[in-house]
Design a protein around this ligand. Sequence first.
Ligand code: ATP
Ligand code: MG
Length: 297
Amino acid sequence: MTTLHDESTHSSCNHHQGNDQPAHASCGHHNCNHDRPLKEVKEIIAVASGKGGVGKSTFAVNLAITLAQTGAKVGLIDADLYGPSIPTMFGLLDAKPEVEGKNLVPLEKWGVKLMSIGFLIESDTAVIWRGPMVSNAVKQFINDVDWKELDYLIFDLPPGTGDVQITIAQTIPLTGAIIVTTPQDVAIADVSKAVSMFRKVNVPILGVVENMSYYELPDGTKDYIFGHHGGEIFARTQGLTFLGSIPIDRAVREGGDSGTPCLLSHPDSSTSKAINQAGMEVVRRISIMKAENGDKQ
Ligand SMILES: Nc1ncnc2c1ncn2[C@@H]1O[C@H](COP(=O)(O)OP(=O)(O)OP(=O)(O)O)[C@@H](O)[C@H]1O
Ligand SMILES: [Mg+2]
C-alpha cells in the first residue's frame, strides 16, 4: 500500500517527504513499502487533539467498532502510555496478551485487535518514563506486535504535541490524522497546535470531529452547552473537512466506564448514528484523498 499525503507527495511512489527521517537507501524515498513498518496495514489513522479530555479515546474506540462492523479488519493502538483508556473502554482490565515467538499477539474484542500499555502493567502502576523510553514503547507496539493484515489501524494518541505524537508522525506512514475537539474556545486554541504539528511533519489531516457538541433535551431541542459549532467553524477556517458532531450523551460516558461502548449498548440512538456517520465520513475522506493522489491500490 502507499500513503496518501496530499502535501509533498512523491510523484512516482506517493510517499511523503519533508520529515527528518533518513531517505530509503534503495529509492531515496521516505517510508517506502519495501521495509516500512506495518506493511500489511492498508490505512493508518491517528486520532489526536492538542487538548485533553475532549473524547479522543471515546471516538477512537467507537470508530474502530464502526469500521469493524462494516467487515473491515481493524486494529487499535492505545498510544497513551501515561493514561491508557482502551482496557477500560473495552472491558478488558485484567486481560494480558500472549507472546508468540518474539511478538506479542494483540487482544481481540468486537472484531477489533487491541494493544495497550494497560495490558502489560498493573492498572494502578504509574508509568515513570522519560521521552525516549515512551517513544521506544510506541515503536514496540508498531514493530513487535503481530498485527497481521489490517484494513485500518487506529492510534489513540495522548493529548498534546509531545514525543509520542512526533514519534508516530515520523516513524510510520500515517494515512492521516483525525482531530477531535469540543466546541469551546479554550479547546480550539489547543487543538490548532495539533493541526500545525501534523502539518509541519506532512501528515494529512482527514478532518475534524466536534465532540460534546450539544445536549439533547427531552423535548428534542438542543442545548449547546459548550457553545455553537466551534469545531465546525474551526474546520472551515483551517480549510479542513468537518467529519461531524457528536452530542453529549450519558450513554457515551457510561459506555466508556462500563466497557461496552455506546455504539453497542445503544446502537439505534442518535448519538450512535452520529458516531457512525462520522466514521463513514472518515472512510469517504480517505477515498477522496486516494483519488486525488492517483493512488491505485
Ligand atoms: N459525547 C460524549 N458524551 C458524554 N461523555 C463523553 C462524550 N465523549 C467523551 N465523554 C466522556 O468524557 C471523558 C473523557 O473522554 P475521553 O477519555 O475519550 O477523552 P480523551 O480526549 O481521550 O482524554 P485524554 O486526553 O485524557 O486521553 C470520558 O469519561 C468519556 O466517557
Ligand atoms: Mg484518551
